[in-house]
Design a protein around this ligand. Structure first.
Ligand code: HEM
Length: 479
């Protein structure tokens, strides 16, 4: 067996970096046509072996820990931002236990409590945006900024608790968050530390944020506070060997959740709004669905609809399909990587130690056989399908592993599968459901060309966020 074919390039070291950097999805699909489902390209001296197709996904997501690791691929980037003792700073079996702590905290009782919290945050924020807007006057909104704000308020309030959420009302915590987030730039993938202001700010923000969490933990212990957030769950967690995560570890896990769920989720709600902006008929169906589920009648006026609950949210199946279809066309994490630790076989190839292997959910999502007319936004194609929402287990039967052979993997699969999926659905479905009740929106129009602006993905950020300009024209619905 030989190594996979190498994609042509003309400049040593640089290799295919620029073409991949500009549009990784287009680049990987182009190479797939020339080299097949398995090939290697060069990115800043690193050999990246792309494994496409259902078999490629299955190989990559279920690769044995001894053969390839996520730690090797992500450590440089994540450990300084999250901190020590957690995620990719510990052996994978320990992180698996940490994931289970979080998963266990995200109980049905917790989700029930989160829905009204999220609703309150969404209403509060949207009314502040429109505080000075009269009647049905239309305003232009920076979509990604607005969705980022909503994501951080709702996620911090539900998962971390009121103390942290209130912290975001102060400039200080917001600044710490931004300094940590700036540690997720592409340069940080290649250099763990450089004497640059952004690196100093990142390290300082990790220290201060950790201290902030630790002070909250102390107060909660002193007052015996019981809450339904993840922080509470982590404070009670116990490893299999009877030891407990340290206060540093708890704080660092909270930072990891705050950052891990931020751009992924805010990107998703932003793309949902953009896709809906050019489909008023889908919005009308979504409102009808809310009306049917909440009042048993198809035409209850939006402003008279009752509050959402976990049960009613679950019945909003068209909304589910809209979110899935958005994730299919705009998977926030387009490439997923591992570092090969021992030569490993895939199909007829041996992938040598030192290569990175990559799965590309976004390429799978555009597979014409699995998704006919793949470029078209068509939520109905997900009706009746539970693909992409496989359960994640740790000791019992691992359904997530089976589903790795899928071509719809916005949340990954196998041992590294996302644990925030259910939360992300609850959060984003609530945000969009409440937004469309109160507002109608459309794409903005470019003053020069007179054409509607639908953003392209910005691949220079690690997550495929919509590239600016990304404004929407929004106005209150007439009552
Ligand atoms: C893992 C996507 C929201 C926490 C993952 C992975 C993907 C993903 C693709 C697998 C990464 C890999 O295999 O290397 C998404 C998307 C989201 C989302 C599309 C929103 C629409 C969230 C949220 C949280 C979260 C809200 C936190 C509450 C995590 C964690 C992992 C993970 C802890 C495990 C990483 C590992 O085991 O290596 N996510 N995620 N995610 N996600 Fe999410």
């Amino acid at each position: 067996a030989t190594a996979p074919p190498m994609v042509k390039y003309s400049i040593p070291f640089l290799g295919n970096t620029i073409e991949y950097g500009i549009d990784p999805v287009k680049f990987m699909i182009k190479c797939q046509k020339i080299y097949g489902d398995t090939y290697t390209f060069l990115m800043l001296g690193r050999k990246m072996t792309v494994c496409l197709g259902a078999d490629g996904n299955n190989f990559m997501f279920n690769v044995k820990i001894k053969d390839a690791s996520a730690e090797g691929a992500y450590e440089t980037l994540t450990v300084p931002v999250f901190g020590s003792e957690v995620v990719y700073d510990v052996p994978n079996p320990i992180f698996m236990e940490q994931k289970k702590f979080v998963k266990d905290s995200l109980s049905t009782a917790a989700f029930k409590a989160y829905v009204p919290i999220i609703s309150g945050e969404v209403k509060g924020y949207l009314s502040s945006l429109f505080a000075n807007v009269k009647g049905e006057q239309e305003i232009e909104i920076e979509t990604f900024e607005a969705m980022s704000e909503l994501t951080i308020r709702t996620a911090s309030h539900c998962l971390m608790g009121k103390e942290i959420r209130d912290g975001f009302n102060t400039g200080k915590v917001t600044k710490l968050y931004h300094d940590l987030d700036a540690g997720f730039a592409p340069i940080n993938v290649f250099f763990r530390w450089l004497p640059l202001p952004s690196y100093f700010a990142r390290d300082n923000a990790n220290r201060e944020m950790t201290n902030f969490f630790k002070s909250i933990i102390k107060k909660r212990r002193a007052n015996n506070t019981e809450t339904l957030d993840v922080l509470n769950g982590l404070m009670k967690a116990e490893y299999k060997d009877g030891s407990r995560p340290s206060d540093d570890a708890i704080s660092h896990l909270m930072i990891a959740l705050l950052l891990g769920g931020q751009h992924t989720s805010s990107t998703t709600s932003s793309w949902m709004l953009f896709e809906l902006a050019r489909r008023p008929e889908v919005i009308a169906d979504l409102l009808k669905e809310q009306s049917m589920v909440l009042t048993g009648k198809p035409d209850t006026p939006a402003h008279l609809l009752p509050e959402l609950t976990l049960e009613s949210l679950k019945q909003l199946t068209l909304m589910d399909c809209v979110m899935k279809e958005t994730l299919r066309l705009h998977a926030p994490i387009h490439t997923i990587m591992r570092l090969v630790e021992n030569d490993v076989r895939h199909k007829d190839f041996v992938i040598p130690k030192g290569h990175f292997i990559c799965a590309a959910p976004q390429v799978s999502h555009l597979n014409e056989t699995r998704f006919p007319k793949a470029e078209r936004f068509d939520p109905v194609r997900h009706v009746g399908s539970d693909e992409g929402s496989g359960e994640w287990t740790i000791n019992g039967v691992d359904i997530a592993q089976k589903s790795a052979k899928s071509l719809f993997l916005p949340f990954g699969a196998g041992r590294h599968r996302c644990i925030g999926e259910q939360f992300a659905f609850i959060q984003n479905k609530t945000i969009i459901a409440l937004f469309i009740r109160e507002f109608s929106h459309r794409l903005s129009v470019d003053a020069k060309t007179g054409k509607e602006v639908f953003p392209v993905p910005d691949y220079t950020s690690l997550i495929a966020v919509p590239k600016a300009p990304r404004n929407l024209m929004v106005k209150r619905r007439s009552v």
